[in-house]
Design a protein around this ligand. Structure first.
Ligand SMILES: Cc1cc2nc3c(=O)[nH]c(=O)nc-3n(C[C@H](O)[C@H](O)[C@H](O)COP(=O)(O)OP(=O)(O)OC[C@H]3O[C@@H](n4cnc5c(N)ncnc54)[C@H](O)[C@@H]3O)c2cc1C
Length: 553
């Protein structure tokens, strides 16, 4: 149960609305700098755009075409920081760009871009780019369409396979530093008196109760609601202050397929023939993540789904570059789509809208203690957080406190090394296989020690969730007891990688609910409702329309 009384009686320095990577990053930075912080999300942490991204921690080679050198430099610097402070979550990823004579970007342009990318990441730990001559490409990439192929350019970026856990670790770290963090709490109203937000009304979606938090004269409110930023601002209860539109989101979709004939060992970055847009074919959790698209979006932000046309576009462009793939709709395991929280711009071509972020201080609209984040990539969340907390300290007239997140390891990275893993293998070898222990460390980093500790109290929790998986029952219990997981979606999609491994979770729902009943006091009714909600979630977000049409018929 949540302690609302305590929350209502606390004088927070900072209230952060939106627990995606940016909001969670702000909460962590603020708490580490000693600010009394509250983080609120209407859904689960990382359930918004953060979880619908391509999961790349990248400089954004493409942005060089739009002369966004500052953004690329900033992103490349942040890539390096994340490789250092969260090595268990963020790993180097080699990208290969096949260059075709028919493409809109010729070899020299690509090579110039690569050189610039290297210059802008002069302080990186990853290798520089290299250009493979045609002969070598034909040997190494035997399945690439050879017609018109001129060569392949290779460079490094990074990938966060489980962006949701990165976000969760930011939340856990913020809590360790003293912040409060509530998921499933929706902010519905911001009450104004004079030029200040003086109270916030929010709905606890778990208990069905409504609460109004009175703000202290110091409190600053941060709106990091991603594509929902304007919806949060619509809740401002003002006389007749007019809010201008801040976000003009564009939708991007991905398809997920199993390894297919000709699938590349490493990531490909390919230009689509239809519209010359680059898209990714990425190895991801033993599957392939292919995306994305870029389409203006003004629909329901809570139900964003890949359209059949987007799916067909990604399938046919993949088949064009890897002809033996022969992918078709029946190969799709699932899809997902999200809305980029980009600055509102009516005319621009979607791909040319800046991916840089803006901290929008609402003082210019007559509200002195509210700042909204417009834009902001997953890659640059830390920089956003640093700037945001600096702005808050300045607003509050406090002395500046140094930001430490460039050096401070993620909690899952602390003390994580082979000796620790081998010690755990030795300690639990009678109950958990070596392979399963390595699997746990690959998901949780150092938190795997805490997951395994549950086995000390109850050895049955060492059993696999289902025989075909390395995942153990303790993970489900840990998600509920230690990671604020309240739903089956939280458990299967965002705390563990069960969904990625098991037909989007459908194959393990009964096994997971059995564990929840036995060890977490979930009732039969709770489990039945949760299973229905899980199906609805997948239908709303991840099963293509053509699959739904087949199911319906
Ligand atoms: C298709 C696609 C691919 C992308 N790929 C990449 C990539 O590879 N690399 C990269 O760096 N970036 C990528 N991005 C961009 C990146 O994902 C986002 O810019 C970033 O995740 C935004 O994070 P956020 O925290 O600002 O927003 P979100 O993650 O959307 O978080 C906002 C949160 O606010 C909450 N919220 C909303 N309204 C309320 C309310 N009233 N009360 C309380 N909470 C509320 C939501 O539930 C949500 O959790 C991609 C984006 C898309 C769409």
């Amino acid at each position: 149960m949540r302690n609302w009384q305590k929350t209502e009686n606390t004088a927070f320095d900072l209230i952060v609305i939106g627990g995606g990577s940016n909001g969670a990053g702000v909460a962590r930075d603020a708490a580490l700098r000693g600010l009394k912080t509250l983080l609120i999300d209407k859904d689960d942490f990382g359930s918004g755009t953060t979880g619908w991204s391509s999961r790349l921690i990248h400089g954004g080679l493409r942005y060089l075409e739009y002369f966004e050198f500052n953004l690329v430099r900033e992103s490349l610097r942040e890539r390096e920081v994340l490789l250092r402070v969260a090595p268990h979550l963020v790993q180097p990823l080699q990208m290969s760009i096949p260059v075709y004579a028919s493409g809109s970007r010729n070899f020299w342009e690509i090579q110039a871009g690569m050189l610039l990318y290297d210059v802008l990441s002069f302080d990186k730990s990853l290798p520089n780019h290299r250009i493979l001559p045609l002969q070598k490409c034909l040997q190494l990439f035997r399945h690439l369409n050879p017609v018109g192929l001129e060569g392949v350019a290779q460079y490094f970026d990074a990938q966060v396979v489980h962006a949701e856990r990165l976000c969760l670790e930011l939340v856990l770290s913020a809590q360790d530093a003293g912040a409060s963090a509530l998921n499933y709490v929706k902010v519905s109203q911001l009450h104004l008196q004079g030029d200040r937000v003086t109270a916030i009304t929010c709905d606890d979606l778990l208990s069905g109760t409504t609460h109004t938090l009175q703000l202290s004269p110091q409190t600053v409110v941060i709106n990091t609601a991603g594509p929902w930023v304007d919806q949060v601002l619509q809740g401002v209860q003002s006389d007749n202050r007019k809010q201008s539109r801040k976000i003009g989101g564009t939708k991007g979709s991905h398809i997920i397929v199993d390894p297919f004939p000709g699938a590349p060992d490493a990531a490909l970055y390919v230009e689509a023939a239809v519209d010359n847009r680059p898209f990714f074919i990425l190895p991801w959790a033993n599957q392939y993540l292919i995306g994305t698209t870029d389409i203006r979006y003004s629909g329901d932000l809570d139900r964003v789904k890949a359209e059949d046309t987007e799916i067909d576009y990604l399938l046919s462009e993949t088949n064009r570059v890897i002809p033996c793939a022969q992918l078709s709709r029946k190969d799709i395991r699932f899809t997902y789509a999200g809305v980029r929280p980009l600055p509102y711009s009516e005319e621009k071509k979607t791909s040319s809208i800046t991916r840089s972020h803006v901290l929008y201080d609402h003082t210019q609209e007559g509200i002195s203690n509210l700042i909204s984040l417009i834009g902001g990539k997953l890659t640059t969340y830390r920089q956003v957080a640093e700037e945001m907390v600096d702005a808050v300290l300045k607003k509050q007239g406090r002395a500046s406190v140094p930001c430490i997140t460039k050096q401070e390891l993620f909690p899952g990275a602390i003390a994580l090394n082979n000796t620790l893993i081998e010690t755990m293998v030795g300690k639990y070898q009678a109950l958990v296989s070596r392979e399963a222990i390595f699997h746990l460390f690959s998901i949780y980093g150092g938190y795997a020690v805490k997951v395994l500790a549950l086995v000390d109290q109850n050895p049955e929790l060492a059993e696999p969730i289902v025989p075909s998986l390395l995942d153990i029952k303790a993970q489900v219990v840990y998600a509920v007891q230690a990671e604020q997981a309240y739903t089956l979606v939280d458990i299967c999609v965002r705390r563990t990688i069960l969904a990625m491994q098991t037909n989007y979770g459908f194959d393990v729902l009964l096994a997971v609910t059995a564990i929840l009943k036995q060890y977490c006091d979930w009732s039969d009714t709770d489990c039945d409702h949760q299973i229905q909600d899980y199906h609805r979630y997948i239908e709303d977000n991840s099963l293509p329309d053509f699959v739904m049409a087949q199911v319906a018929s």
